[in-house]
Design a protein around this ligand. Sequence first.
Ligand SMILES: [Zn+2]
Length: 100
Amino acid sequence: MADTVRNNMVVTRKPHTCWGCLGVFPAGSSLMACTAADGGRIATTYWCAVCDEIWQEDQNGPDDGVMEGEIKNRDEKHWQEVSKNISERACHGKESATPD
Ligand SMILES: [Zn+2]
């Protein structure tokens, strides 16, 4: 099992593929960068907001790592729901920031 050494939100400078859903996000996207040390190797994976949220929910489940694309493949309906919730939250945030 890989040890996570660093988890931080970044604005990407080049396109990246989300590990959880295999979605491609262009440069300038906000993604969670997860840097992990695994058997002496350092690897960074990128996670979109949806996959990051589902992954956090799963923290009480069996911890055997996540295969590439698994977050969305495992339960695409749930993935779409979380995606919708996140975009609704983003809209509400915008509304409260600019009251009329
Ligand atoms: Zn994703």
